[in-house]
Each structure stands twice: as structure tokens, then as C-alpha cells.
Design a protein around this ligand. Structure first.
Ligand SMILES: [Zn+2]
Length: 309
């Protein structure tokens, strides 16, 4: 089945809790499945568990029908979480859905406020865009305009946490030693936007900590988020940071990163076209470099793609 299992370094946590955390803003596609192959496979190889969290913090784009479709597709693929949404959903409990965690986020925001780490920001998206060079794929750090304006935190204003200069160092389990300075990458970090929505960076950092996640496995497109999440976790009071593994992204035939717009790689479409769950898992494992060729792979085989040191 697998020519060369991916060898996990000896620094990988034993029996970790990791997570699969899709946003219900579209249907599950092959890129998500590739990510799931890493998450479930590494968890099984290390004797760990998988938590399923639905990241619906963006209320304008999240839809309940996408959430239901995500759960159905995971179920069809045989990817069963050990903790998290499906079981909680059936029991009527929803603590693994970000839209229902406002009280938790409010509490953590209050602690940052008490520590004097927050300020209000009324900058528009347009002003932020125009404050830096408008280059594709280049992040413009916040220029700090509102930091000393003394604005009151109130509805209609964003909230930022201070990110002072300083390097965050971590060792990615696949990519090795990394250094990032959040003050240069993003500047003072937005934690709640002007519409009152929690940002991705804040919600995942709080959730990973409060839900006990000690191994974060996700695509390499999120590598640049790690330094700021480590910093934020420390400011919140998390003493032991999680370990990180950023897996390779899969590429569409055109070379473009797969997105939900690529309907031909949607799990529903592959399923409708007659592919079996084992064929979809095998194709995803191949696309992310874990199998030399596309073949069939059962959900219970995923741990065999990885080797614990
Ligand atoms: Zn501002």
C-alpha cells in the first residue's frame, strides 16, 4: 500500500489530541480530505485522538447546510472523530461549534483587557488595504494607527491585541525550525472585527488551548499564522504551546491551490461520479505525497502511512 511511511520525529507528542476543523462555508473537497488523511493518520500512528470542530466564526459565510454536508461526507469517508461535533450534535450539545462559544471568547477577551493588552480600532478594510503595498500574496501588517488614540471598545469598532516586536521560534514536525516575528507579519492582531465577529486567529487559539489540543495538524498555507497564534496563546496564559505539523497542500492540475470553487474535486461530485470512499482517501493521500500512486485506502489504514520514531 505505502512505499515509504512518513517518519514522525521523536519530538512528536505521544497520544496527542489533534483536531480537524473545517469551516462550513462550502462543500468538502479533496484538499480537505488530504488534510483529514494527515490528521487521522498521524493521530492513529501516535496513539492519539481527533477532535472535530466546526469553525463557523465567520457568520456571513457559514451555512448550516454546509455543516450538515461536511458531517455526512466525513461519515461516508469513515472518518470518525473521537471527540467533537457529530456526537455532541446528536446529544444537542454544541460546544464544538465556534458560533456557540461566544461566552468563552468574551471571557478570554476580558482577561486580555484586564492585562491592558487591547485597544479599539475603527479602521476600515479599505484604509488597511491602502496603508501598505498592494501586492498579491503579501500580507500588509497593521500600521498601528489606533494604538494611541484611546478609543473606547464598543460595538462598531474592532478590537486588537498588542503584538510587540520579538521572534517566535518553533519546530514544525515536518518543516523543522521556524522563526516568525508577528509584529512584522501582521502587527497588532485583530481579535474581533467591526461587525462583532471573532477572527479566525483568536477563535482557534482560544479553542486549541481550552479544548486541550496539543498537536495542530493543518496545511502549509497556515504556516505564517503559527507565530502569532503562539504569541497570542502565551498572552492568554497558555503555558505549554501545542506542537505543529504543516502538511503539503495538494495542487489542482492547473497548479492552483484547490478551493471550494473547484467543483470537480468536491467529495459529493466524486461520490456521484461513482468513486468509493477508499478511492477518494487513496487519491487524497497520493495528492499530498503520502502514496506513490493513487490506490484504495480505508479509513482504518491511515495510521500505516506514518511511522512514529
Ligand atoms: Zn485602526
Amino acid at each position: 500500500m505505502t512505499a515509504m511511511p512518513f517518519r514522525l520525529p521523536s519530538t512528536a507528542p505521544r497520544a496527542p489530541l489533534t483536531r480537524f476543523a473545517p469551516a462550513p462555508t462550502g462543500y468538502l473537497h479533496l484538499g480537505h480530505v488530504a488534510s483529514a488523511v494527515w490528521v487521522w493518520g498521524v493521530a492513529r500512528a501516535l496513539g492519539g485522538r481527533v477532535l472535530l470542530r466546526v469553525e463557523d466564526h465567520d457568520r456571513s459565510r457559514s451555512r448550516p447546510e454546509y455543516e450538515q454536508a461536511l458531517l455526512d461526507d466525513l461519515d461516508w469517508l469513515g472518518l470518525e472523530p473521537d471527540l467533537g461535533l457529530p456526537a455532541a450534535y446528536r446529544a444537542g450539545r454544541c460546544e464544538y461549534r465556534q458560533s456557540e462559544r461566544g461566552a468563552v471568547y468574551d471571557h478570554e477577551l476580558g482577561r486580555l483587557s484586564t492585562a491592558g493588552l487591547l485597544f479599539a480600532c475603527d479602521c476600515s478594510r479599505r484604509r488597511l488595504r491602502e496603508s501598505g503595498p498592494d501586492l498579491p500574496n503579501v500580507e500588509t501588517p497593521y500600521d498601528g494607527r489606533c494604538r494611541h488614540r484611546g478609543l473606547t471598545i464598543q460595538p462598531g469598532r474592532g478590537v486588537r491585541v498588542r503584538m510587540e516586536g520579538g521572534t517566535e521560534r518553533f519546530t514544525d514536525l515536518r518543516l523543522g525550525a521556524q522563526e516568525q516575528d508577528p509584529s512584522e507579519q501582521c502587527g497588532h492582531l485583530l481579535v474581533r472585527d467591526r461587525l462583532g465577529q471573532w477572527t479566525y486567529q483568536f477563535a482557534v487559539t482560544v479553542d486549541d488551548w481550552r479544548q486541550g489540543v496539543d498537536l495542530v495538524i493543518r496545511g502549509a498555507d497556515l504556516l505564517a499564522s503559527t507565530g502569532r497564534q503562539l504569541r497570542l496563546a502565551r498572552l492568554l496564559g497558555r503555558e505549554t504551546p501545542p506542537a505543529f505539523l504543516h502538511h503539503p497542500l495538494i495542487l489542482a492540475p492547473t497548479g492552483a491551490k484547490l478551493s471550494k470553487a473547484n467543483r470537480d474535486t468536491g467529495v459529493r461530485d466524486l461520490r456521484a461520479a461513482g468513486m468509493s470512499a477508499a478511492e477518494v482517501l487513496g487519491a487524497a493521500a497520493h495528492a499530498t505525497g503520502l502514496l506513490p500512486a493513487s490506490s484504495t485506502l480505508g479509513a482504518s489504514d491511515l495510521g500505516g502511512l506514518f511511522l512514529a520514531s
